[in-house]
Design a protein around this ligand. Sequence first.
Ligand code: AMP
Length: 206
Amino acid sequence: MGEACGLNLHSEMKSICVYCGANEGSSPIYAKAAEACGATLAGREISLVFGGGNIGLMGRIADAVLAAKGKVIGVIPQSLVDRELAHRGVTELIIVNSMHERKQCMTDLADGFIALPGGIGTLEELTEVFTWLQLGFHHKPIGLLNVEGYYDPLLELLKHMEGAGFLHDIHREMLFVSDDTATLLDAMEDFERPQEDKWPSSRTQS
Ligand code: AMP
């Protein structure tokens, strides 16, 4: 991960995959946060990888990156293109066959992930990529943009999982949380996945 050139944000994180709502949410603060996030990514010359939709916060962040002369890669299943929901102004639109293929493609293309406020789709994408990090299937940083405490209930749930013995603190703490994109990116830049795997006891048994 860029050891040869030192810890430089631009060389470390060239692209970030953003998960966010296909709706705008009930407050304009969410759209504003998505636009600010897009402007920050473009300002740091970080490409946006996203779901390719032209609606909700997805459309907002893509437009913000493009307006700031940044690069946007959309990854969208054919079935959503056919419903004319694809963003046609992106730098590159990758059309795939299924949602599973889309998520794999987005994961492969990105150097890190940020979840903005969203619904079930966003939650599913976030938890999948977090699960894969926990299992060591990738070693890329994940950030949660906690706009106006939107994700406080999820953070409570994660603590509850830890208290109940289903999540290790070391894994819960891998998720970076901030209400500011620049702060998130700074933290994500220094990320190193803990050595500990999900099943520490299995090592002693073998
Ligand atoms: P949600 O959080 O439920 O609003 O869903 C957001 C996620 O669902 C996005 O990140 C996409 O993966 C997917 N999605 C939902 N609607 C669309 C759409 N019209 N175009 C592209 N992706 C979509």
